[in-house]
Design a protein. Structure first.
Length: 262
């Protein structure tokens, strides 16, 4: 039977009068095994406690990854204007870039049955904050029947040398998607895949919106995107679906796209 990759400490305490530090006998074994005390070595109390602390770390990480497998409706607030959606508001505890102040807080709605997907460390920007040279993935959510969404952030300097530039300063919607298209599709971008563009103003913030048909994209054959610039970062929201998902979730994905704002 396969054993857990995480092992536990089996501890036997013995009295000692020859040392001020009470020794501990510690052994590493799988949780299902019993180890004779005679095979254990003596470990000072301080080293023992240090070992326990280090062993707890992977368990904490494991619990965190398991917690993300639950439906978002179990921990996100319901949207007051439409109970069929919940509201996700990103905060510094959610991503390395938000903690570093490289990305301004953003929000969007999603159905309560969706689940948050883990972002690989190499894609999260965790290794390069606070000065990343390439785009990174902020958060991802998905549903097997409806599709997936992700927020991608790109350093502003990758698109323009102008500090604190607006999305209009960078260029036209077509110019912006030409630079960010591969991060929508997951591989390559062909201008012929762009079906529709539009410009939206929300307060002082301008957003470029896109509808793409991407038959060769890794993310899915249908993609919706919304981009804006704020501070030193361009933020891109992407909603993706395959043909089967698109038939039933097109309206839902467009609602999610419309709700995105920084």
């Amino acid at each position: 039977m396969a054993t857990s990759p995480f092992t536990s400490f089996l501890t036997v305490t013995t009295p000692s009068s020859s040392s001020k530090l009470t020794p501990f006998r510690t052994c590493r074994a799988s949780a299902s095994e019993s180890v004779p005390a005679s095979l254990c070595h003596h470990t000072p109390r301080r080293e023992f406690l240090k070992g326990i602390a280090l062993q707890a770390l992977p368990l904490i990480v494991l619990r965190e990854s398991q917690a993300r497998e639950v439906e978002v409706g179990s921990f996100l607030p319901t949207l007051p204007s439409d109970p069929s959606f919940v509201l996700f508001k990103a905060s510094p505890k959610d991503t390395p870039a938000l903690r570093a102040g490289n990305v301004q807080p953003y929000q969007f709605v999603l159905p309560p049955t969706w689940k948050q997907a883990r972002v690989a460390n190499i894609l999260s920007g965790n290794y390069c904050q606070p000065k990343c040279a390439e785009p990174w993935v902020e958060v991802k959510f998905e549903d097997d029947k409806q599709g997936k969404v992700q927020v991608v952030a790109s350093p502003l300097i990758r698109l323009t040398n102008k500090p604190n530039a607006s999305i209009e300063d960078i260029g036209s919607p077509e110019k912006v998607i030409a630079s960010l298209g591969p991060f929508v599709t997951g591989n390559t971008y062909d201008p012929d895949e762009l079906l529709e563009t539009s410009v939206e103003k929300l307060g002082d913030q301008t957003y470029y919106k896109y509808v793409l048909e991407t038959p060769y994209a890794l993310t899915g054959s249908h993609n919706l995107a919304k981009a804006t610039a704020k501070g030193n970062t361009v933020v891109l929201f992407v909603a993706s679906a395959n043909d089967k998902q698109w038939q039933t979730s097109e309206k839902t994905l467009k609602t999610m796209l419309d709700s995105f704002q920084v």
